[in-house]
Design a protein around this ligand. Sequence first.
Ligand code: UDP
Length: 324
Amino acid sequence: MRVLVAGGAGYIGAHMVRCLAENGHAVTVFDNLSSGHEEAVRWGRLVVGDVLDRSALDAVLRGDHYDAVMHFCARSLVGESMLQPLAYYRNNVGGTLTLLEAMRAAGVEHIVFSSSAAIFGQPLSECIDEGHPLAPINPYGASKWMCEQMIEDAVRAFGLRAVALRYFNAAGADPQGRLGESHRPETHLIPNMLRAAREQGEPLQIFGDDYPTGDGTCIRDYVHVDDLAEAHLAALQLMQRKPGMHRFNLGNGTGFSVREVIAAGERVSGQKVRYTVAARRDGDPAVLVAASRHAREILGWKPFYADIEGIIETAWRWHCAPRY
Ligand code: UDP
């Protein structure tokens, strides 16, 4: 297939591009390089452009016939979204709207959308399945929910086919060390922890140890970025068979607290992780763990990286020798 990967220079998008190319698909990356890396685009053609720029999207979509779009472009930091909500709505909701309009004009009929566990808000059950109520508690999650609603309406009205994949916590790196997680500034737990293990300087901050969890720190479900990419491949196939809109929660189904992640990081790196306990970060729910049965049954998806140490090991390899 010919696939346009919007946001393909970013962390998850770049792993997706590699996975598509390795599976014989032709890939064009559309990315404004605001947080993505040109060096990460090694398996496809790069078009630099902004998803809010309709004419740039029209130009790329008319230049070729695309079978599908994968949409990774978004601002994705919970804490930042609490401080800059309008920027999140403009970018994430406005960007998705513009992309949907451009796809309709160009006759592109399939989209895989990067959604998030943040659409669920405070979980009402131990594991979150697709039937869980949607009640985001931060603008990031709200923006992703709004995008899902727009996509659903477009599916109903125009016969678009769509899959929304709700990622829990994407983590890890290409096992061969060609791609990895590199945000500036870095806000995510695993890269920050590995930096604190490897370098002197600022210790890791644990954001809150007074949550109602076993050790007081937040629990998350970490899922390897290559496993997420595999789910997208399966989503492409599903859309060929089945019209409509499909939604899947993607996680390993096991939660790890911040302190457990630190302990695993110390075992993998053989280094002590220096940390301090800081205040809670606004917008963080205490626990987010996926029930991914639906993805297993319908997509046939089974994460290859089932344990946290295996995931951190790939991240550590990248962290010791980053390419960008
Ligand atoms: N976290 C932390 N210190 C950090 C970064 C994150 O304690 O430097 C915590 C954060 O509060 C959350 C978990 O680690 O409970 C995962 O956060 P991350 O930013 O990696 O992903 P998110 O859950 O926001 O998508």
